[in-house]
Design a binder for this molecule. Sequence first.
Ligand code: ADP
Ligand code: MG
Length: 615
Amino acid sequence: MSTPQKFEFQTEIRQLLDIVIHSLYTEKEIFVRELVSNAADALEKLRHLQVFEKEVFDDRLPMEINLTTDDKARTFTIQDFGVGMTRAELIENLGTIAHSGSKEFLKALGESGAKGASLIGQFGVGFYSAFMVAKRVRVYAHSWRSAEPGHLWESDGTGEYTIEEADGQRRGCKIVVELKDECSEFSLASVIEASLKRYSSFVPFPVNLNGKRVNTIQAIWLRNKNEIKDEEYLEFYKFQANAFDTPRLRLHFSADAPLAINALLFVPEENPERFGLVRTEPAVALYCRKILIDPHPKDLLPEWLRFLKGVVDSEDLPLNISREMTQDRSLIAKLSRVLTRRFIKCLEEEAKDRADSYKDFYSRFGVYLKEGAALDATYKDELMKLLRYESSLTKPGETTSFTDYISRMKDGQKEVYYLVGPNRAAIEAGPYLEGFRARNLEVLFCYENVDEYVMTNVHEFDGKRLLAADHADVKLDDLPKPPAEGALTEEQTKTLVAWVKETLGDRVAEVKTSDRLVDSPALALNADKFMSPHMRRLMKAMKTEGAGDTPPRVELQLNPRHAVIKHLDAARTAKPDVAKLMAEQILDNALIAAGLLDDPQKMVARIYKLMETIS
Ligand code: ADP
Ligand code: MG
């Protein structure tokens, strides 16, 4: 036995300890993660070493990590039978800043000037995090080398530590954390267990708490997928996602380049955002060699993939630097790209090989793909290919893709046409489709609010502009002239058009003779470059300030072949008062069909007036 010898911590360690001890840090529980991960590292090192070394002290100890809590003595103890430490190693590893984890922490602290508190969680300050909760820490260590005796390292974290010989040690480390009064909850088994479950469930060695095994679920993402049963995946999913459903889709893959990745991703049965109210938080957890780094990494996947569950494990994030992840943009961005591309590919395969399953997925999660197509330029093209719409050529309930639409486009057609409406029946009943139908032009049907946003944001696909069929920019070819019989002559039409414009004044941007109407007398085209009728309705519904204050800008088109228009022309000279009412009513009818009529009250009064003229 020797007397305890005193040492001073290296200056940097003193600074570090000062921050650790004095920061009001909220996630104190991460000290458990740190000590467990050190224990696992020590066991891992021993496993490698045993391959070559014949002489290992205290051989045949179980490869496990044992934790005990004592709420009377207010202590927390962790013991592993790993490589342990010699006297020199205790000084080197626990008294100096030689190892990278804490060094990075101090570096970042210097750079950001941020409060230490917020950085501890990201970096983990390894062993020293024990001092967040400890009055005193005792480390009993015995190296795997037989030559040296065991030692006790001891400190209260305030600048000095002592080392003395200690007999009767088993191989490895036993760390006794004597808790501060205000941190005594960490001497409760339930508190430690919760923390172990959260951070250390997949540690590759048995972790026992007061003699009971805690980590029973395997890190199956690292296993060969051919050897994993569906039930095992299901059990893992339920554990990991804290879920009760059966995932509808799973992607288990590994990659070596550009990064070593093992990932296991799930799409849940139901989209939790489908009924509004909640916004899903990212839930694909980031691991490094089975140790949790971040359960909800913000930048690991793009926003629009927030519905995914599962884990991503990358060995390229060595544990000690990995907690700096959020700082390391390029590494995480690389990881994100690999994962996203791989998942998109999985959806492409699904769409191709299991159309029904894809359709069901799309009906619930398609909205995320649309969000991505509209907002994430990086994946826009791939995502557009995954979108599906009903169209004027599909049967109700059946859908088509942009790619298929383009393959069916007529010679000379430069644009992809779409119409937004609440459902198929409403779009088909409107006046806009008939001109396209008569010319055999396909129109995509969009039923969701987000569609409008996608179409206007994306703007084009495969070099073809996406254009609303009710927009004034749409120019359709002439149809073969219908029988001129009874239609207004060109001259008559010109005069009528001019008269209508004069009569309606500012209520219309322009009046034209129609190039597209077949069965309807008139239609209103949106002439507003910036706001579609649908968007205008939405903004009004949301009572957005300024929306709907100014009347919509429309182009009114008249069908000179239609009886109502012929009557109008006759009334223009015979009964000017009635003709004026008619013109206004024709415009209102067209606005109703366009979803642009703001005030139906005036219209009701006008209809009564019109009725009075019927004798
Ligand atoms: P890191 O784990 O990032 O290296 P830590 O502060 O957690 O940093 O640990 C510092 C060093 O102390 C480790 O690198 C290791 O060499 C040593 N160490 C800590 N805990 C143990 C243990 N249970 N057994 C053996 N060595 C340990
Ligand atoms: Mg560590």
